[in-house]
Design a protein around this ligand. Structure first.
Ligand code: UDP
Length: 256
């Protein structure tokens, strides 16, 4: 899996593939099960984290598909690299994989979020896509000393695709650590997608998504995220400075 179109955004790689192509690549990887291919959604926050964390940078670098998840990343691709890309939101891609999985014979394992959310997400997916096959699930609060056991359960379930909703960078760390032992074809971190599926957190209305303001909607709905989302503003400054003055680093980045 993977693409030959990787582009650098502030030192972090992104694959500017259109949505349908990303979906096809992911479905094929899940079905073929050649190795545990990784799909990572790259948004401005993750770019800024990766610039500080060699571990996360290496994770994105070694991922098979780094989708342009945020509108900020799409704009940066255009401004800094002259690349016109489509936004491929991680939650939308995951939902499309869920939708297509039944017809393609792809079995799903859901790991992450609170027990009621994880269980509710599995139920909701069955309701939305009756032919989906969920072969296993696990909430995201399993103690670390039982991770080995979970890996065995995932492998025994014969899942083709594993979705992790542990938040960033927890989900990336988990994939990095255990992918070599997994027999699934596809691993994808999906952040708060299970919460959105059960309606615990709402995605922005379509009009906001179309106006490219999903980030603002989340900020208004969950002001507690501001401290994390400040990275979005720093990202915008960095992109603007690089656009105007080349590679000069003028904006201080947070250390955590
Ligand atoms: N979560 C989890 N285990 C943990 C920490 C978090 O399963 O140890 C879950 C949490 O319940 C929520 C998701 O991870 O469902 C985090 O979602 P968030 O919106 O923060 O994800 P991000 O913005 O990082 O994509």
């Amino acid at each position: 899996m993977g693409t030959d179109r990787r582009v650098d955004v502030l030192g972090v790689p992104v694959d500017p593939v259109p949505f349908d192509e990303a979906l096809e690549i992911a479905l094929r990887a899940a079905k073929e099960r050649a190795n545990a291919s990784r799909v990572v959604a790259v948004n401005p926050e993750k770019v800024m984290i990766a610039r500080r964390s060699p571990e996360i940078a290496a994770f994105i670098e070694s991922s098979d598909l780094a989708i342009p998840d945020g509108v900020g990343v799409v704009m940066a691709l255009k401004l800094l690299r002259g690349v016109v890309a489509e936004r491929v939101a991680g939650a939308d891609l995951a939902t499309a994989i869920f939708r297509e999985s039944g017809a393609r014979g792809i079995k799903i394992f859901l790991y992450g979020a609170r027990e009621d959310v994880n269980e509710g997400a599995a139920r909701k997916l069955k309701e939305l896509f009756p032919d989906i096959v969920i072969v296993g699930r696990q909430n995201g609060y399993l103690p670390e000393d039982r991770f080995g056991e979970l890996v065995e359960r995932i492998n025994a379930s014969d899942a083709d695709a594993l979705f992790l909703a542990l938040g960033s960078p927890k989900q990336e760390r988990w994939i990095e650590r255990f992918a070599p032992e997994l027999r699934v074809g596809l691993c994808m971190g999906v952040g708060g997608t299970f919460d959105a599926l059960v309606g615990r957190v709402k995605r922005a209305p379509l009009s906001w998504q179309k106006a490219r303001l999903e980030w603002l909607y989340r900020l208004i709905r969950q002001p507690s995220r501001f401290w994390r989302q400040r990275r979005i503003f720093l990202f915008a400054f960095k992109v603007l400075f690089e656009y105007l003055f080349g590679k000069r680093d003028r904006v201080d980045e947070p250390t955590k």
